[in-house]
Design a protein around this ligand. Structure first.
Ligand code: GDP
Length: 202
């Protein structure tokens, strides 16, 4: 399995001026609340608790940055779209997120985490639209695949692929079984290597 560098929590940002220096390369993870983003991030870096930082009260609305081996980072974007949050706060997230994607030079790609049983939501489509304004790749992670049987999984993959029309790559994933983990690691590493100007491993 592809090796993944160690990750440590770096900082949280509620305003763009709190973002870490915009150098090197970073891959951002996004997705609707409860899609399975934290579980995917934890599986990716091989730690049970990394993304728990992003889930502590007060941090769920922040952009959370994790340091990998320099100059690479992972970024956990807030999963807005949950009804229980005041509108004013949702507006702030949207602006923070939009500003981040549009202006972040080191953003080398995005992984959008989607519950495979639900398929693409409006929020995921908004993220795709936002990313289409950048030149950076998008990878769709259809997670909780362990909850689907083989036929359902294949049908979901086909269906989502059809809806995307090559705007993003797609894969099935399960944080529980580890299925798809190697593909996720390779994809994120390729994005980081490309973003930091390194040659991709063959
Ligand atoms: P987040 O809000 O997007 O960060 O979602 P979490 O990672 O906290 O996951 C939300 C819920 O889905 C939790 O109850 C997880 O245990 C569950 N979950 C996450 N990934 C998987 C998976 O691959 N398979 C299954 N069966 N459950 C998962």
């Amino acid at each position: 399995m592809a090796q993944f560098p160690q990750a440590t929590f770096l900082t949280s940002a509620w305003q763009p001026h709190q973002f870490p220096a915009d150098d090197g390369a970073e891959v951002a993870f996004a997705g609707r609340s409860n899609a399975g983003k934290s579980s995917a991030l934890n599986a990716l870096v091989g730690r049970k608790d990394l993304a728990r930082t992003s889930k502590t009260p007060g941090r769920t609305q922040l952009i959370n940055f994790f340091a990998l081996s320099p100059p690479s980072r992972l970024v956990d974007l807030p999963g807005y779209g949950y009804a229980k949050v005041p509108q004013q706060m949702q507006r702030h997230w949207r602006e923070l997120l939009t500003g981040y994607v549009r202006s972040r030079v080191s953003l080398a790609g995005m992984v959008i985490v989607v519950d495979a049983r639900r398929g693409l939501t409006d929020y995921d489509r908004q993220l795709l639209d936002l990313m289409s304004g950048t030149a950076q790749p998008v990878h769709l992670l259809l997670t909780k695949a362990d909850k689907l049987n083989r036929n359902e999984a294949a049908a979901t993959l086909r269906d989502v692929n059809g809806q995307l029309s090559e705007r993003a790559s797609v894969q099935l994933f399960s944080a529980i079984s580890g299925d798809g983990l190697d593909q996720l690691r390779r994809t994120v590493l390729a994005m980081l290597n490309r973003g930091s100007g390194k040659k991709e491993p063959r």
